[in-house]
Write a protein that binds this ligand. Structure first.
Ligand code: G3P
Length: 218
């Protein structure tokens, strides 16, 4: 499973990249605003900065909501750097834009996916990735993991190339369950990625090894 980090924070991206297990980055307008990145040129420069850190797909989301606006904005974003994937919201205008980008060889990430039907039409339009938001479904007492499994089944039935990018991942168990289901990618915060490495028996075992080594060499 590919690991993307879901943030626009340069320090977190740099730290995750240094682990050597990072495959890409996802951002969205809220994450950019959280980092205080405002103004069109600053936003574009920030995407380039991220692309220069991580050698993998970097999702940059369009703000336009109409087909023509999405096409114009997406083509501009795509021209910024070879790593850019144009993130397009799941709307009918977005589906038309994804079809357009797909026909031009521009990679897309269809975002705000909350149902299997949405994932199906995004794949038919040629989306490179779909982003089902599993944490936000869990938040409303729905089951985000069930949706990932349903999309996996549908895509496998028809051998769609669209990759399932599990988004709105909140904690390490989300990551593990996504891997069990066969999600192609997960995008989550640095904290959830780092938590995968933790186990109390690893910590205590290492302390014991080091203590025994120190005793034998004192
Ligand atoms: O990739 C989508 C993601 O940013 C949404 O996460 O935690 O805001 O639901 P969250």
């Amino acid at each position: 499973m590919k690991f993307f980090i879901d943030t626009a924070n340069i320090d977190d991206i740099t730290e995750a990249n240094a682990l050597g297990i990072l495959d890409g980055v996802t951002t969205n307008p809220s994450l950019m605003a959280k980092e205080g990145i405002t103004g069109q040129q600053n936003i574009l420069n920030h995407y380039i900065d991220i692309c220069n850190i991580v050698d993998g797909p970097v999702s940059a989301e369009v703000i336009a909501t109409d087909f023509e606006g999405m096409v114009s904005e997406g083509e501009h974003l795509s021209g910024l750097h070879k790593n850019i994937v144009v993130k397009v919201p799941m709307t009918l205008e977005g589906i038309k834009a994804i079809k357009h980008f797909s026909s031009k060889g521009i990679k897309t990430n269809c975002t705000l996916i909350f149902s299997a039907g949405q994932a199906l039409i995004a794949a038919k339009a040629g989306a490179s990735y779909v982003s089902p938001f599993l944490g936000r479904l869990d938040d409303i007492s729905s089951n985000g993991l069930d949706l990932i499994a349903q999309i996996r089944l549908i895509y496998d039935n028809y051998a769609y190339d669209t990759e399932i990018l599990a988004a709105s991942v909140r904690h390490p168990m989300h990551i593990i369950h996504c891997a069990e289901i066969g999600s192609d990618v997960m995008t989550g915060p640095l904290k959830a990625i780092k938590a995968l490495a933790n186990h109390p028996l690893t910590t205590s075992g290492l302390e014991q090894f080091l203590a025994d080594h120190a005793k034998g060499n004192s």
